[in-house]
Design a protein around this ligand. Structure first.
Ligand SMILES: [Ca+2]
Length: 336
């Protein structure tokens, strides 16, 4: 039988061991990358997978999500519906203001008509009386030099931010973009191609690429081949957690078989470049929306290829996880 003094000593040892290991563990974790995420969720399916990657990546601290493209309010409702299902009500969602270019929303918006996941009450709503540009401006002003903007749709909101608030250029350390095509087309062939995001708002793309803000670009060169085949889709959907159920529901409305994970590559690049080969290039956007390599000081860190198998394996593994917990140091409680 242990004497009380011995038990006391064991308790003290246990507490000090936990404290030391706890401190040690947190000291080893690299700081998370704070991002603002601008998405045209609702047309192609890859935005849904990109949002899922955001939510399952503990390396990221998402401070807000904005929507771009036609029907921005509907797109914001889709984002909120996904956040509701996974309990991430801490993330502000703000719709872009009209007019917005781009293809109208069709089948995927029917996701909003499906019954909500019954275990989670509806809480997340788009922030009222605020548009994406004003929200982004306020966020960058609050934390100058700190926030990476990840843009995976047409660059309409980003260009408006830069044009309407040129002072914010100094506060944006970098913009990660899915867009453009440097050396290949959608089939990976060495052919000139106008990529969809840039084509949808060429003027906006020209504004952003000439703004002088450092760019991190995932063009077709590093994305055209990242197909999520049936075996990987099954692995993700079979998890059947709240997040995976949302993805699967929207995927069914998409009505096509094989997603190409264009946008998730830009998300991954924001915190881990090792899947891609990167080159520092000077990219211009011509009047047709083509990305052209020109002489001069590089304005973009460009992913020119990707280790497809490794990326798909990593991505699939990650999407079988539950979403990350909300950040205690995350978005301020006042969404505006
Ligand atoms: Ca997109």
């Amino acid at each position: 039988m242990l004497r009380p003094a011995t038990i006391h000593a064991f308790v003290l040892l246990f507490i000090s061991t936990v404290a030391v290991h706890g401190t040690h563990a947190s000291a080893e974790q690299p700081p998370r990358v704070p991002i603002l995420f601008d998405t045209d969720i609702g047309n192609d399916i890859d935005d849904v997978f990109a949002l899922a990657l955001v939510l399952t990546s503990p390396e990221l601290d998402v401070r807000g999500i904005t929507t771009v493209g036609s029907g921005p309010q509907t797109r914001a409702l889709m984002v909120c519906r996904i956040l509701n299902a996974v309990g991430r009500h801490d993330i502000p969602v703000v719709a872009g203001s009209l007019p917005q270019p781009g293809a109208p929303l069709k089948d995927q918006a029917r996701y909003l008509d499906t019954p909500a996941d019954p275990v989670v009450p509806e809480k997340s709503k788009p922030v009222p009386d605020l548009d994406a540009v004003e929200f982004l401006y306020r966020r960058f002003k609050q934390e100058p030099g700190k926030l990476t903007l990840v843009a995976v749709g047409p660059l309409t909101n980003v260009a408006r931010l830069i044009s309407e608030h040129p002072d914010c250029k100094a506060w944006i350390p970098r913009i990660a973009i899915m867009g453009g095509a440097v050396h290949v087309d959608y089939n990976g062939q060495p052919k000139s191609e106008v990529e969809w995001n840039l084509k949808t708002d060429v003027a906006a793309a020209r504004t952003v690429f000439s703004a002088g803000i450092p760019l991190l670009v995932a063009p077709l060169d590093a994305t055209y081949n990242v197909a999520l085949e049936s075996a990987e889709r099954k692995r993700i959907f079979d998890v059947n957690g709240p997040l995976q159920r949302q993805i699967q529901t929207i995927y069914r409305f998409w009505n096509k078989p094989t997603p190409i994970l264009f946008d998730p590559v830009a998300i991954a690049l924001a915190f881990d470049e090792h899947f891609c080969e990167l080159k520092d290039l000077r990219l211009d956007v011509d009047k047709q929306g083509r990305t052209v390599v020109v002489e001069g000081k590089p304005n973009a860190r460009v992913a020119v290829s990707i280790q497809r198998e490794e990326f798909i394996r990593w991505f699939t593994e990650r999407l079988t996880k539950a979403p990350s917990v909300p950040s205690p140091a995350g978005a301020p409680s006042d969404p505006k």
